[in-house]
Design a protein around this ligand. Structure first.
Ligand code: ATP
Ligand code: ZN
Length: 286
């Protein structure tokens, strides 16, 4: 079926809520698929397959699914022949090496001749190779962090987000091996029709992700401060400035990047801005 694109999503786990949320924010309506293997949208030619995350890259490479959302870590481990279409900015984590808290550590040569437990043997093999370290890699599929405690390994290489799981198992993080976030992948041989549907979806995703990164900002300022404030708020093009009824004052409207927010707010307040309002943006087309 060339007029419908098949998207593989994680059935349940750390990617599933945010993946579903992103697709819904793209205006695509579908049944959540709880307990189902397949579902389709009511207002876009798309079908969903709900799978284990590890199976997604292979299904996309084989063309069982056309596109999929998966953690970059799974992709780097399995190295399937697929296209990486877009980084999605959620499920951010890192794959790190960790060792018992009390051990002294200087650099990666610590792992020479040591046993390291991981669910990511390929990524770890590449990493040790790049560092010129010979270590023995023990592949285990779950609860990697308990391996040193039960004498199975000298260290672990595992997914970390806050580090609290490592800490409660008496481990400390010593090297970051890779960073990861959710990504959209696509089959390399998509038909022209499916490629067009993918482009449409990616455009909508851009619109949603930009809106998440930006806030709308409104403020009042004395006219003599406007130039300085404008310099801090480049907006998408340039800010809108409108005179206020109050003599010598203007209102300024612009957009501001979420991650620069606190830095900019302090500067514009110091420059004389008053009555600052910051609002979420629902969609943003650039
Ligand atoms: P499945 O049952 O589908 O095989 P899983 O147990 O292998 O699921 P999850 O734990 O749901 O996988 O993790 C899915 C993905 O989410 C990981 O591959 C990784 O990219 C990301 N991830 C894992 N742990 C975290 C975390 N603590 N914080 C943020 N993202 C994470
Ligand atoms: Zn998995």
């Amino acid at each position: 079926m060339d007029n419908v694109i098949r998207l593989a999503l994680q059935k349940s786990g750390r990617l599933s809520d945010d993946s579903r949320k992103l697709i819904k924010e793209c205006g695509i309506k579908f049944n959540n698929g709880m307990g189902k293997l397949k579902s389709s949208a009511t207002n876009f030619p798309i079908e969903f397959l709900f799978l284990r995350d590890d199976d997604i890259p292979g299904y996309v490479a084989d063309g069982v699914a056309d596109i999929g959302i998966v953690g970059e870590n799974v992709l780097l481990e399995a190295k399937p022949d697929v296209e990486l279409s877009k980084r999605l900015g959620f499920s951010k984590c890192r794959l790190s090496l960790a060792i018992p808290k009390e051990k002294e550590y200087s650099d990666a040569s610590y792992f020479e001749g040591k046993r390291v437990a991981t669910s990511y043997p390929e990524i770890l093999k590449d990493y040790f190779k790049s560092k010129g370290v010979n270590a023995s890699i023990h592949e285990i599929s779950g609860s990697v962090e308990i391996a040193p405690g039960i004498g199975l390994a000298d260290g672990v290489c595992d997914i970390v987000s806050s580090g609290s799981t490592l800490f409660t198992n008496g481990l400390k993080e010593v090297e970051e091996v890779i960073k990861s976030e959710a990504v959209m992948i696509a089959n390399k041989g998509l038909s022209a029709e499916k490629r067009k549907l993918l482009e449409q979806i990616l455009f909508r995703i851009d619109t949603v992700l930009s809106a998440r990164n930006y806030k709308y900002i409104l403020l009042n300022a004395p006219n003599e401060s406007i130039e300085e404030i404008k310099a801090y708020l480049p907006g998408v093009n340039s800010p809108t400035v409108m005179p206020l009824a109050k003599e010598g004052w203007s209102s300024l409207h612009s957009v501001i990047q979420e991650d620069r927010f606190w830095e900019v707010i302090e500067k514009i307040k110091a420059a004389g801005a008053e009555g600052v309002l910051v609002l979420p943006i629902e969609k943003m087309i650039q």
